[in-house]
Design a protein around this ligand. Sequence first.
Ligand code: ZN
Length: 96
Amino acid sequence: MPKIDQEKRILAVMLKIYCRKKHRSHDLCAECQTLLSYALNRLDHCRYGENKGFCNHCPSPCYNKENQLKIRKIMAFSGPRLIFHHPIMVIRHLLS
Ligand SMILES: [Zn+2]
């Protein structure tokens, strides 16, 4: 699977976990939905494309400051839970 697609999938899953726990929303709430579309759109235009590393280590992050902070918070929150729910996905991600 292309790296960008993996990144997108993981982002979507992380947001879902975060929203469910923090916003008590069954699916994504409006706020999280907006953030997700924003992030997916930015990933589509990532200038590193398929050669990119994990976004956390990207020298030119796709996201603006405000959204980057939000996404970081979400990753910090959902990351450990994601490892529990989707271990294979995360391990693949870390190895890639
Ligand atoms: Zn939410």
